[in-house]
Design a binder for this molecule. Structure first.
Ligand SMILES: N[C@@H](CCC(=O)N[C@@H](CS)C(=O)NCC(=O)O)C(=O)O
Length: 224
């Protein structure tokens, strides 16, 4: 790629998963070019060209031109790679080998297996599925609120998920919470139902890197 930046990030304007990789690159002042391949979210088809980098045909995928064009996909594997390799000052991550590192990993796994798929299915059934079976909508609404309840329980006892400071563990939950709370939970008052989580969520958005990237997403979406 000839853009001269260190990374190429395959992203999607509307979807949540690419943006939390962008947050981390921005937090670490790493240079990247975003590419937005046409992906057919409804048909779940692999994107043409994208499958070359990600056999799963989904975004995000990242190419590190500073490391022999190393390619990595799955958002939290990307995040882990980037912080292990480039966050040497541990600005937003915890040092490998420590117990806290594994707690950070635990939250990243929980985000990608416990938050993303449930919120994602809720979004899918509300947005794309032709029928709207109430039992399924209830199931994913309840699971989404259950996950928010897990966060609320932990954050009621500590300010951040791990290490007493904001890390990639906290930042990873932002996009799905923001998109779901704003669009897919009916008659839902975030501040009232999960006050501690809502406050934590707001603090994540106040981070200059996160705000910059999220504003850029809003700008791109407005262009449609
Ligand atoms: N677990 C994956 C999920 C990736 C994912 O589902 N990405 C969505 C966009 S946010 C996608 O590419 N969807 C295309 C499709 O469903 O066909 C990750 O965190 O990277």
């Amino acid at each position: 790629m000839s853009h001269g930046k260190q990374f190429t990030l395959f992203n999607h304007k509307g979807g949540p998963n690419g943006w939390h990789v962008a947050f981390i690159l921005e937090e670490l002042c790493l240079t990247y070019e975003s590419v937005f391949p046409e992906i057919n979210m409804r048909a779940h088809k692999g994107a043409e060209g994208l499958a070359k980098y990600n056999p799963n045909g989904r975004i995000p995928a990242l190419i590190d031109h500073g490391n022999n064009d190393f390619v990595i996909w799955e958002s939290n594997a990307i995040v882990q790679y980037v912080v292990d390799k480039y966050d040497k000052e541990r600005k937003i991550s915890l040092a490998p080998g420590t117990e806290r590192y594994y707690t950070q990993l635990q939250w990243l796994y929980f985000q990608s297996s416990g938050q993303g798929p449930y919120y994602g299915q809720l979004a899918w059934f509300i947005t794309y599925h032709p029928e709207k079976p109430q039992s399924i909508l209830d199931r994913y609404t309840n699971e989404t609120k259950r996950v928010l309840g897990v966060l609320e329980g932990v954050l009621s006892k500590q300010e951040w998920l791990v290490g007493n400071r904001p890390t990639v563990a906290d930042i990873s939950f932002f996009t799905w919470n923001e998109i779901t709370v704003g669009n897919f939970l009916e008659n839902f008052d975030f501040e009232k139902e999960f006050p501690v989580t809502a406050k934590w969520h707001k603090k994540i958005l106040e981070r200059p890197a996160v705000k910059k990237v999220w504003d850029e997403r809003a700008r791109l979406l407005a262009q449609k």
